[in-house]
Design a protein around this ligand. Structure first.
Ligand code: GLN
Length: 448
């Protein structure tokens, strides 16, 4: 499998650009050392995977898609998720391209390389986990890990026609995930099938003493939940998720999926998530505020390439940060420091936190009467490379259907549900109650 993975990468990655770093020598030697007899219980025995480049891998370059970290060649430890994969004899093939520090929706903010959508290379793969989705869609690895702060697993999964899960906040340890917005970030799997996805999440889930926000909640068997039985399932379809901004072909694909659920014996009803129209504004304030604090550590001393222009300490910070960060990252840091500054804190950050509570309550109320919420993952199929890059607001608006899920902290998956007229995949989003990944998987698997 590892040989097949590198063969495929050699064949197609020139055109796709999913990988930033390959770990070929070490991966092949690890694969050779596997022992089918003693390791036969291992749940990911010899399975090749790619890891998003904001997840720290011991001795393997980890850049976060940023020139600032271009020489971070030898991280000292593995993220908890990577240790967990390795304990199950999984093989890391390499590190996957992403928007710089996970800020973006198209992977065009990577400061290293362009990643292309495997279905049509004129189009973006989505983002920020564009490399993670493209690598799986192009058959370069059997699964990958991504991270999702406002949609960065689900939206690229939708654009690339693969399955992407953002678990409940706290379900998966964030230790070793380079923080973007710590109260929203979650790691999750990108796979071809729902079953594979459930298998990988089973391995990486669970409380971790290295992450105080990881939840001490039992991890049930997600694969046991794949019963194909959705009879009597109650589905809520928020009307805000099928409103004007959503492309007609996306709407049609989602309506067709709902018909399939009806045939399978489930029921659906239209509901309202009344505060979802404020989600994008609240998210960009909160995520940028947290990012501005988290990214303070990149100063050219503790982390990052130091500028050689400066001859005093303050200039060293300034030049290193000016040269190291890209435009979008700087935009977020400025927005975040502004929102947190005294005099503006109540008007922006505090307000946004209050909106966040209302959005969480919208979901809680719905889940009193329904098992899952279903809608599209993104308002459109993949857009063309370059189409939105000069227009941050249009780019931000693309996250409108994924962001509320992060703000509420609940799990959400994207599964393929059809194609646009241009032959680009469309994703169906299934959202569940906090820590009810089983229901999300069951619902997704029955449809698939
Ligand atoms: N597109 C969103 C942003 O740019 C979400 C990113 C993410 O989930 N990491 O912030």
């Amino acid at each position: 499998l590892v040989d097949a993975s590198y063969d495929r990468i050699n064949e197609v990655d020139d055109q796709i650009g999913a990988f930033l770093t390959l770990d070929e020598e070490s991966a092949r030697s690890q694969a050779k050392q596997l022992d089918a007899e003693s390791d036969k219980e291992a749940r990911l025995f010899g399975i090749p995977a790619g890891i998003k480049d904001n997840i720290v891998t011991k001795d393997l370059r980890t850049t976060c898609g940023s020139q600032f970290l271009r020489n971070f060649d030898n991280p000292l430890y593995n993220a908890t998720v990577v240790d967990k994969l390795q304990a199950e004899k999984n093989i890391t093939i390499g590190k996957l391209n992403m928007d710089e520090f996970a800020m973006g929706s198209s992977t065009e903010n990577s400061s290293f390389a362009l990643t292309r959508n495997p279905w049509n290379t004129d189009y973006v793969p989505g983002g920020s986990s564009g490399g993670s989705a493209a690598a799986v869609a192009a058959g370069e690895v059997l699964f990958s890990l991504g991270s999702d702060t406002g949609g960065s697993i689900r939206q690229p999964a939708s654009f690339c026609g693969v399955v992407g899960m953002k678990p409940t906040y706290g379900r998966v340890s964030r230790f070793g995930l380079v923080a973007f917005a710590s109260s929203l970030d979650q790691i999750g799997p990108v796979t071809r099938s729902v079953e594979d996805n459930a298998r990988v999440l089973e391995v990486i889930s669970g409380v971790d003493k290295m992450d105080a926000t990881s939840a001490n909640v039992d991890v049930p068997s997600y694969t046991d939940a794949l019963t194909n039985d959705v009879k009597g399932l109650k589905i809520a379809v928020p009307k805000e998720y099928l409103s004007e901004g959503v492309a007609p072909e996306v709407k049609e694909a989602v309506m067709n999926a709902l018909k399939v659920y009806e045939l399978l014996g489930a029921e659906w009803e239209e509901v309202s998530l009344p505060h979802s129209s404020y989600a994008v504004a609240a998210y960009y304030l909160l995520a940028s505020s947290e990012a501005s604090a988290n990214l303070a550590r990149f100063d050219g001393v503790r982390y990052g390439v130091r500028s050689d222009k400066a001859d005093n300490m303050m200039d060293m910070f300034k030049y290193s940060r000016s040269e190291g960060f890209g435009e979008e990252v700087k935009r977020r840091i400025m927005l975040g420091t502004f929102a947190l500054s005294s005099g503006y804190y109540d008007a922006y950050y505090k307000k946004a936190q209050q909106v966040r509570t209302l959005i969480r309550k919208d979901f809680e109320q719905i889940f009193e009467n329904y098992d899952v919420v279903i809608g599209p993952t993104a308002p459109t199929p993949a857009f063309k490379i370059g189409e939105n890059i000069d227009d941050p607001l249009t780019m931000y608006a693309n996250d409108i259907l994924t962001i509320p899920v992060n703000l509420a902290g609940v799990p959400g998956i994207s599964v393929p549900c059809g194609f646009s007229d241009e032959g680009l995949p469309i994703g169906l989003q299934i959202i569940g109650k906090a820590f009810d990944e089983q229901m999300v998987y069951r619902t997704a698997h029955a449809y698939e």
